[in-house]
Ligand binder design. Sequence first.
Ligand code: IFM
Length: 441
Amino acid sequence: MSNKNSVFPPDFVWGVATSAFQIEGAHAADGKGPSIWDNFCAQPGAIADASNGDVACQHYLRWAEDLDMIAALGVNAYRFSVSWPRVQPAGSGAWNAKGLDFYERIVDGLLARGLQPHLTLNHWDLPAALQTSGGWANRDTVQHFVDYALGINARLGDRLASITTHNEPWVVAVLGHETGIFAPGIKSRKAAAQVSHHLLLSHGLALQALREQGARAKLGIVLNLAPMHPATDSPADLAQATLEDGRLLRWYLDPLFKGSYPADVLADLGGDAPVVEAGDLQAITAPMDFLGVNYYSHSVVSADKSYKAGSTGLTVTDMGWEVYPEGLTELLLRLKRDYPVPPLFVTENGGAFKDELVGDRVHDKARVDYLARHIEAVAEAMRQGVEMGGYMVWSLLDNFEWASGYEKRFGIVHVDYQTQQRRLKDSALWYRDFLQAQKTL
Ligand code: IFM
């Protein structure tokens, strides 16, 4: 895509993103094993609408139609994840040929349509069999993940544009193991800290092993990041914002780029700090080809948790997250300033809104505004010297939004869950036209 008047270079990656559990369905088809999310959804009260991923968007069946739709948007890339239990049902040992064949159809189908495949290995759906021996809290899972990464690369790596090890390790650690509102539903700060370390370690060891295997795809990790803004100038709010910055950002960025965990967060964890073995931190700093950033909002931090989103007049999405594109520019500049980062990609950005189907149309003006303003925020970071490789909208389709079930819609394509009909929302048409204009400006 070329546009001499645009800050975005011709080879800029423009994409849409999804993840396996959220769209595939076919939860037990063709030899797939259960994941921790299959089991979590079965727990009463775990999911807001008591739904699950059994059917989701039926992408496992409708993948060709979905890839045609992606191509028609005019993007040049698609970010998706592999369901580990679909390709290796027990998380170690035997591989499932039919599962691997599915992802091969996706990768080859993307290439046939002129789209770059960007593959994520772990978008949260850990094989349930591994959870029976402790899941990510067990150090053995690190080696199982490395073996899984090598198996995927051996089969598909020659055709992939990028491989992401983990999507949002903070979510797996904190929401999965500290607050317990996500699978596997554990409530232990100590477990969460150990899980975060094992995720980072498995990332570093997988990168090293993939490079030794001769990986051709670009290798990196995707973090969910948000600037932390104190609600007031009070010392308590300032101190809390600094600690939250440590827990969400520096806890991941420091080991990845500096080889150490931040002292303030370690002090706060006290006896809950993770066991870190000799050599672990060095492994975690394995050089990356890119860093993926998932950005949705900033966080306003008040020590007494009294701040109400939207109370300063900012629009709030259906997730209750403030629309704050300036925070994306701020974040990208901060990453460049504080860390020796490789090229940055916005690997997820988008909003859930209360969409209304009018005939065959969804006039999702709020989402159009959201996307336009955040793409402009990326452009502004680039004007200020940040090296950006791409931008991807979350999400291609309305899908299973984890503990919120199907109640929250992030798609630029509407999904009727009764009929599985897909309809392009105004935001999809806007994105298509925006990308077209990039070529011709
Ligand atoms: O749907 C999720 C996605 O799986 C990971 N990042 C945030 C999205 C919206 O909550």
